[in-house]
Design a protein around this ligand. Structure first.
Ligand code: AMP
Ligand code: ZN
Length: 465
């Protein structure tokens, strides 16, 4: 199995730190808003990576953090007149709702920064003791001059780094590249006491600490979007390797960015979409299909046409599966015939093709192509007389491979009118009981399935969109 490693700039054979185990850390979101459609990419691709390792028999320990204290969270909290913790809690829930919708498995652990402050203080202290960090007026900085290999991940040389860092010269720093590990609080900010000041951690240190606590000092895979290579991951390497005295992650994986109609997504350009908005229009399953139809190291372009085409592709698989199930229910031939027995080899050949694609740095685009070939083959196979056992064999292979990619082979069942009426009644009752959370949840669930509720004088009406 080959994995492209940003650290070496090459595809490398995957050899785990511990036999049969994969220790994997994927940087998670800063929770101050709904995740956008670009954020959905690392969620989906690294979930597919995890699922493939599991398919190959590895025991995967998958850690993804939530950054639940940060300037943007505090700003939002102040705007809304609530606490940073309340903002974080709200968007952790919303993020998990989207992740569930996208069929992203929950991580083995989802640690949150605010629960890890003791460990963070401990690692900063270790770095100070090793002269890899220093304190000035309550702020602790990482001492990049003490880490010879600084720049090894992003391949930046000393000159590039200095040119970039000079923009933000800070008197207290010994060197422009040094970065903050701990900062004193400003008025109105959440803070924790530490040997240096009442304050909070800088961003990078959290991941070094959480990776160590939940996975150990040496991990297999560290992943995230390409923007994280520098400075975030470069700084994580500096912190972890200086503190632990060991190589940190063996393989660094980075997904390229998603653009919108060939432009960078941005609020000011007016081309910013949350994952939720896209799901309301096309469904979560189509988003997943769209993301995996490109290799994670190619840029991907989001457009309405491509989403529609992803939706149709998924439909082809689902229709294929539906037809096989129909045959299984209706055929009168029980046992596999000799001829069918022979044709199993074609199917196994396509399974192999799928595996070869995934073994080649998780080429999900080619893996999906192998599933389509399997569907095409199956569609022709089941037109004539087919045994139940053979049809079951086809179904098993298609569902197993689709599941490795987290693609759902069952069509989402449409809600019947009477189901909707029942939910509306439940919502009315919830409102009477002043259980507004449940009432909103029902409205959102229906909305996600394309059903809009309208409160009218005659009562609640619904319409399908
Ligand atoms: P953030 O909350 O901005 O730190 O982003 C969470 C994750 O989404 C990180 O792994 C980012 O690298 C990734 N990410 C952000 N924007 C995009 C984008 N447009 N395309 C793909 N990945 C992205
Ligand atoms: Zn991180």
């Amino acid at each position: 199995m080959k994995v492209y490693n940003t650290l070496s700039g090459k595809k490398e054979e995957f050899i785990p730190v511990e036999e049969n185990k994969v220790k994997m850390y994927v940087c998670g979101p800063t929770v101050y808003n709904f995740i956008h459609i670009g954020n959905a990419r690392p969620y989906i691709v690294f979930d597919a990576v995890r699922r493939y390792f599991e398919y190959k028999g590895y025991d995967v320990n998958y850690v993804q953090n939530f950054t639940d204290v940060d300037d943007k969270i505090i700003k939002k909290a102040n705007e809304e007149g609530i606490t940073a913790a309340e903002v974080a809690e709200r968007y952790i829930n919303e993020t998990l709702k989207d992740a569930d919708g996208l069929n992203v498995k929950r991580a083995t652990t989802h640690p949150r920064v605010t629960n890890e402050i003791d460990g963070i203080i401990e690692m900063i202290q270790t770095l100070i003791d090793k002269e890899a960090a220093y304190e000035v007026n309550g702020t602790v900085y990482y001492n990049t001059q003490n880490f010879d290999e600084y720049g090894k991940l992003s391949k930046k040389n000393q000159e590039d780094l200095e040119a970039g860092a000079r923009i933000a010269v800070n008197e207290d720093k010994r060197h422009p590249m040094d970065f903050v590990l701990w900062k004193p609080k400003k008025e109105g900010e959440p803070a924790w006491s530490s040997p240096w000041s009442d304050g909070r951690p800088g961003w990078h240190i959290e991941c070094s600490v959480m990776a160590k606590r939940y996975l150990g000092e040496e991990i297999d895979i560290h992943a995230g979007g390409e923007d994280l290579v520098f400075p975030h991951h470069e700084n994580e390497i500096a912190q972890s390797e200086a503190a632990n005295g060991k190589a940190f992650a063996k393989y660094w994986m980075h997904n390229r960015f998603l653009n919108i109609e060939n432009k960078k997504m941005s609020k000011s350009e007016g081309n910013f979409y949350t994952a939720r908005q896209v799901a309301e229009e096309f469904g979560y399953d189509a988003i997943r299909m769209f993301m995996l139809s490109a290799h994670y190291r190619s840029p991907i372009n989001f457009s309405r046409e491509l989403m529609e085409s992803a939706s149709n592709s998924l439909d082809r698989i689902q229709t294929g599966v539906f037809n096989i199930k129909h045959v299984i229910e209706h055929t009168e031939i029980e046992k596999m015939t000799e001829n069918e027995e022979l044709r199993k080899a074609t199917v196994e050949g396509l399974v192999k093709k799928f595996e070869e694609a995934m073994d080649d740095d998780f080429n999900t685009a080619d893996a999906i192509a192998a599933i389509f070939e399997l569907i095409r083959f199956s569609n022709t196979e089941i037109t004539g007389d087919v045994s139940k056992t053979y049809a079951e064999f086809l179904l098993d292979r298609i569902t197993t491979l689709s599941d490795v990619l987290g693609l759902k082979v069952e069509k989402e069942e449409e809600l019947l009118d009477e189901d909707i009426e029942k939910l509306i009644e439940e919502r009315q009752q919830a409102r009477k009981d002043r259980n507004f959370a449940r009432a909103d949840e029902i409205r959102d669930e229906l909305k996600a399935k394309g059903i809009l509720l309208e409160d009218t004088r005659e009562g609640v009406r619904f319409k399908r969109i």
